[in-house]
Design a protein around this ligand. Structure first.
Ligand SMILES: [Fe+2]
Length: 257
């Protein structure tokens, strides 16, 4: 359950946000733009420029979709605050990224359990201009759609430790590509600079066996060496490995991100 209700788009797909909601976007956008410098990966920074979002108002799904369509064939679609898992997977499988059309209240500025439009637009959409990332998300949707809850739960870990909370080794040092980090002011700093979390080299069997907590700051991050690794990952026999592991694995609560 969410205390938030998504706003319904009109017949032209336009969502009407209030002055206060646009100001919340501005606060989040401006401070995130500062904190991601030298922390977000180049692919994210490049995608952010390509999307040409501004701080003065919340963009419309149509505007973002137009750019994504030209780059990778993706679009973003307005959805309710909480949607069924099957709908979530099906949208991803069809290159449609769901964006719940609400923005957090000021009291939730720093942490929000459910993904709002800032998380989706700022956190994920820049990387959706990158083909390897976009293809991996689509692969995830297609495969999660055709399996059962327990396997979805294991696949959810892969999604979590890459698309949401992934780190990237670069020649300039460690950088962030995970949208869950890049839409959070505190975690953008914490993920790279705190001595608390472990930062481990990505290893598929280990990731699939690592539970996560969606309501806490992360204790483990996994690093990949380039974005093409995501492309190669889906070429591996992930589903075979998932089926092998699932027998001895406890079930996680699975969340929509
Ligand atoms: Fe997310």
């Amino acid at each position: 359950m969410s205390k938030y209700v998504a706003k319904k788009p009109d017949k032209n797909g336009h969502v009407d946000f209030t002055i206060e909601e646009n100001e919340t976007w501005e606060i989040l956008f401006d401070r995130q733009l500062q904190v991601i410098q030298n922390r977000a990966c180049d692919e994210f920074i490049s995608g952010l420029k390509t999307l040409n979002m501004h701080s003065d108002r919340i963009p419309q799904c149509g505007e973002i979709s137009e750019v994504l369509q030209a780059q990778t064939g993706w679009s973003v679609v307005p959805v309710n605050a909480i949607i069924p898992l099957e709908e979530f997977f099906s949208l991803l499988a069809h290159k449609q990224f769901p964006a719940a059309t609400f923005i957090r209240l000021r009291e939730d500025l720093d942490f929000l359990q459910e993904p709002d439009i800032f998380h989706e637009f700022f956190g994920h959409c820049p990387m959706l201009t990158h083909q390897a990332y976009a293809d991996f998300v689509q692969w995830y949707g297609e495969n999660a759609l055709r399996t059962d809850k327990k396997t979805q739960s294991l696949l959810g870990r892969l999604f979590w430790f890459t698309i949401e909370f992934g780190l990237l080794n670069t020649s300039a040092g460690l950088r962030i590509y995970g949208g869950g980090i890049l839409s959070s002011f505190q975690e953008t700093i914490y993920a790279l600079e705190s001595p608390v979390p472990k930062r481990l080299e990505f290893n598929l069997p280990t990731v699939l066996q690592t539970p996560y907590h969606y309501d806490q700051i992360q204790k483990i991050y996994y690093t990949i060496n380039n974005m093409a690794e995501l492309f190669h990952l889906k070429e591996k026999q992930i589903m075979t490995l998932v089926e092998k592991i699932r027998g001895g694995s406890e079930n996680d609560d699975f969340v929509i991100c």
